[in-house]
Design a protein around this ligand. Structure first.
Ligand SMILES: *Cc1c(COP(=O)(O)O)cnc(C)c1O
Length: 473
């Protein structure tokens, strides 16, 4: 950007924001089945937006200067604790930060020299990120390839004297199934190790699905052996982004998540979160969303979400060549294709205005597409099924992606450290992948097929390079 020589008007700027957003996926309406959570209720968005703006410039850095922050956070955390078996909480910016703090607290409680973290392969990458940042080794445990759940016995076998934390998901994001929380927590407790339940996506969903009649096993802090749980309000709480709650059963564990520093001559630092200066906007937005929907609002969203999920599963079962993975116990549904390339299917759906989220094959789980069913899905579920059926037929017609001969070997053998971003960009363009921004709707099947053929470490290296090229000047 060239900084304008003189200031511009808000109208002018907002017109430009609208133009910048032209190629964005729509955040409302239910045609984007990941990333966004829509209640379909305008008055809820309105309440959240206004409270968010009201709190925007309040700084969570110093709770003594802004007591509104303390009061609002107590209320929001209290609401989550009320739903999830009690506990002592922290309001954070999202699932990743909640998980980062859960791992930090566990690490500092245990005080091991070579700490490790035991988790199912289906656990969210935020645990790998936390482990990476915090100097903890990850011990991934495979899941059952029928149910996609981890087995307590295998988790037990992976625990040793340096294990600082055991993780289960309720549900795991990829297939939407709930790990055996009670069994794993018991195994962890017997070994004297804390157990974190990642309910980032499910914490504010499963209780309402249960109320609507779904079978939901116990998964929260009321389960013996569960010591902490994370719950993102910016997912099924339908709050604006930047809202998650981390709960600890024991206040002493929560204190280990905190950070204080008096080691400089400036203001004293007391932080409950990774961020220090931090807008209270997301807290205001979450607080208002919870109040605006209330119990009855969430119960109703739970009913429509459950109904839409059942309809989606039944509808997918009728589309030739498609198969739902496992038995989803929440409202996250993943499906794969037998004679249909799912990456091509996703591009076909996108051309028809629907975004389905591709998931690469991993640890014996085939490549698949992920749909997060939300409160607004029900009104469009038949349209979604029609688009999936048409896209599957079109994908079958087109056939699977055929990569230029030798491409995978070429990419796998690339010394990424030795080439610069410009060269990487040219290489991508030569196989038909245009990384320049603003080039409209990308066909992603080729990219996904290349990534899918690479081992995880090579995928990561390519992805980092992709981001670097995306943001190159
Ligand atoms: C979304 C999610 C996370 C990470 O949350 P962010 O808010 O994206 O940082 C962690 N675990 C699960 C199961 C999730 O669905």
């Amino acid at each position: 950007m060239n900084l304008p020589p003189t200031g511009r008007t808000a109208e002018d700027l907002l017109a430009e924001v609208a133009r910048l957003k032209e190629h964005d996926l729509p955040v409302r309406g239910g045609q984007v089945t990941a990333y966004v959570y829509d209640t379909g209720r305008a008055e809820v968005n309105d309440a959240a937006t206004r409270a968010y703006l009201e709190m925007l410039e309040v700084n969570c850095l110093d709770p003594t200067a802004f007591p509104s922050v303390v009061e609002m956070e107590r209320q929001v955390v209290g609401a989550v604790a009320g739903l999830l078996g009690g506990g002592h909480g922290i309001f954070t910016s999202g699932g990743t930060e909640s998980i980062m703090l859960a791992v930090k607290a566990a690490r500092d409680l245990a005080g091991r020299d070579r700490p490790n973290l035991v988790l199912p392969v289906t656990a969210h990458p935020a645990f790998h990120k936390a482990a990476h940042y915090l100097g903890v080794v990850v011990r991934p445990v495979p899941v059952d390839l029928e149910t996609y759940k981890v087995r307590a016995g295998e988790m037990k076998a992976a625990i040793d004297e340096d294990t600082i934390l055991v993780v289960v998901s309720a549900p795991s994001y990829p297939q939407g199934v709930i790990d055996p929380v009670e069994e794993v927590a018991a195994v962890a407790a017997a070994a004297g190790v804390p157990c974190h339940v990642d309910a980032c996506v499910g914490g504010w969903l499963l209780p309402w699905l249960r109320e609507a009649g779904a079978e939901v096993p116990p998964f929260d802090l009321s389960v013996p052996g569960v010591t902490s749980i994370s719950c993102d309000l910016h997912k099924f709480g339908y709050a604006p982004k930047g809202a998650s709650v981390l709960l600890f059963a024991d206040p002493a564990a929560r204190r280990k998540a905190y950070f204080a520093s008096a080691a400089w001559p400036g203001y004293t630092i007391i932080n409950a979160t990774v961020q220090s200066s931090r807008s209270a906007g997301p807290l205001g937005g979450a607080w208002a969303t919870l109040q605006s929907l209330g119990r009855s609002g969430y119960a109703e969203l739970g009913r429509t979400t459950l109904e839409a999920t059942r309809r989606l599963r039944a509808g997918l079962a009728e589309i030739p060549g498609l198969r739902v993975l496992g038995t989803p116990e929440s409202s996250l549904v993943a499906f794969t294709g037998a004679d249909v390339d799912v990456f091509v299917l996703a591009d076909e759906a996108r051309a028809r205005g629907w975004f389905l989220q591709p998931q690469l094959s991993y640890a014996g789980i085939p490549a698949n597409l992920h749909v997060t069913v939300t409160g607004v899905t029900l009104s469009g579920v038949e349209a979604m099924l029609k688009v999936i059926a048409e896209s599957a037929a079109a994908a079958r017609e087109r056939g699977p992606v055929v990569l230029p001969k030798g491409l995978i070997e070429l990419v796998a053998g690339l010394d990424l450290e030795a080439i610069d971003d410009a060269t990487f960009g040219e290489l991508s363009a030569s196989v038909g992948v245009d990384l320049r921004p603003g080039t409209g709707q990308p066909e992603m099947a080729v990219v996904n097929t290349v990534l899918d053929a690479l081992p995880a470490e090579a995928r990561e290296a390519v992805l980092v390079r992709f981001l670097s090229v995306l943001y190159s000047e």
